[in-house]
Design a protein around this ligand. Structure first.
Ligand code: URA
Ligand code: CA
Length: 430
């Protein structure tokens, strides 16, 4: 196949060649061995900006796309590359919704050390994402915020390619990751996209340099295919906020919507939210947008929007005022610091796995999760701690949590000094 030789030799593929390949691969006319050869050639030879845009759009056009044109206003989607205790979507959707910005959100479930927005919302009794497209549109038009699960036939080319890359050593390629993520965002219909690219131990991109490269690649693809896109690079060396676990994160989201949440989660939500408000053309500057968001946190509008959002999808909105009605774990176990000092490091992905061991997350897609369990961090990196003071509270539905305690001790370092990590590394607009 001539286009495989071209890519192998570092030449640029044309739009027609990329469309031919992706269409053929999706239809099953092009076999896996040729697609793996192409992925490996891309891994070593990279792709130009126009190839990346073409690949993204070919994957978008390989299946269904969601038409949000029936929803009034500029639809801004936010996407996170995934992390530990990342409660941002739960807060952001009602927060910007309170400013009349529509969020028609398609979300997923958690796997491994990362959690998923749908699982978290299902900690609210009755809440469900199985709603028809018509109902989804109707709710967003009326109340600005709704969440549904990923539909069956969105970007089938990406599904096939991603599974193939997983077993051929070609996941870690910037052009392939960027086109994979952006194809899903574009197929789900947003006019503008805000990306939260995480960096650090709990992130897909472990180093800041990789996160920067991915962010630039995705922002360029979005802008080149006519969707205004920007990215925030944020810290995921330690978990975000204090809560890790489904019901615990719903509680954390409620606190944050009231303006009483953890400092880092609140700051990230205001940073991402300000970008969304500006992209939605509800404010001219980020500073103005931030004031508007702080106002709806302070005057109760954001919290009221959260209640409406839960109620619209069958959820018991009384949990907002009665958090004790959220699923409760049977045992609360403190993990005391062994020495006095400063928390110097907290390895985010390993802490995420500790929560998963309790049942808060899934090791495999088939696993059932326990909505009540998880971890509450009592200290974060940079904070002083005395020997005997609690580092973490474990919320468990089993009495023996020695495995979880061992994992926590292995992954939290107390030293003479430690500095709070920078939360927002940079904002990427091109
Ligand atoms: N996430 C995706 O959706 N695609 C990739 O290629 C990598 C991470
Ligand atoms: Ca959290």
């Amino acid at each position: 196949m001539i286009l495989l030789q071209k890519k192998r030799d570092g030449k640029e593929l044309t739009t027609a060649e990329i469309n031919f390949f992706i269409d053929g691969y999706t239809a099953g006319d092009i076999p896996d061995y040729q697609a793996s050869a192409l992925a490996m050639a891309i891994f070593f030879q990279d792709m130009t900006d126009s190839e990346r845009a073409d690949l993204t759009m070919a994957m978008v056009n390989s299946g269904d796309t969601i038409d949000l044109s029936g929803i009034e206003g500029i639809k801004v989607d936010k996407h996170s590359t995934g992390g530990v205790g990342d409660t941002t979507t739960l807060v952001l959707a009602p927060l910007v919704g309170a400013l009349d910005i529509p969020t028609a959100k398609m979300s997923g479930r958690g796997l491994g050390h990362t959690g998923g927005t749908i699982d978290k919302l299902e900690a609210v009794k009755g809440f469900h994402v199985e709603i028809s497209n018509e109902k989804f549109m109707e709710i967003v038009n009326r109340d600005k915020v709704a969440v549904i699960g990923q539909s069956g036939n969105l970007t089938p080319a990406d599904k096939k390619m991603y599974a193939l890359r997983d077993v051929t050593g070609t996941v870690n390629s910037i052009p392939l990751i960027a086109s994979s993520i952006m194809s899903k965002k574009i197929a789900s219909g947003a006019d503008a996209i805000v990306l939260d690219v995480k960096t650090g131990a709990g992130a897909f991109m472990k180093t800041e340099e990789d996160a920067q490269n991915l962010a630039h690649a995705m922002v360029r693809i979005g802008n080149n295919v006519g969707r205004q896109t920007m990215a925030v690079i944020s810290d995921m060396s330690q978990p975000l906020g204090y809560a890790i676990g489904n019901a615990l994160e719903v509680q954390e989201a409620i606190d944050t919507l009231k303006g009483e949440g953890p400092a880092d989660l609140t700051e990230l939500v205001l940073t991402l939210g300000s970008q969304m408000v500006v992209l939605a053309k509800k404010a001219d500057t980020l500073a103005e947008a931030r004031v508007m968001l702080e106002e709806v946190m302070a005057n109760g509008k954001a919290l009221a929007k959260f209640k409406t959002f839960l109620r619209n999808q069958g959820g018991d909105d009384s949990v907002v005022d009665h958090p004790e009605r959220l699923p409760q774990a049977q045992f609360k176990i403190e993990v005391p610091a062994k020495t006095t000092g400063v928390v110097a490091n907290m390895v985010a992905d390993e802490i995420g796995i500790a929560a998963m061991l309790l049942g808060a997350g899934r090791a495999t897609k088939e696993d059932e999760i326990d909505l009540a369990v998880g971890l509450m961090l009592r200290k974060k990196v940079g904070e002083a701690v005395e020997a005997g003071e609690s580092l973490v509270t474990i919320y468990a539905n089993r009495e023996n949590v020695a495995d979880v305690i061992a994992k926590i001790y292995d992954n939290i370092t107390i030293a003479d000094s430690g500095v709070e990590p920078t939360l927002i590394h940079s904002v990427v607009t091109e």
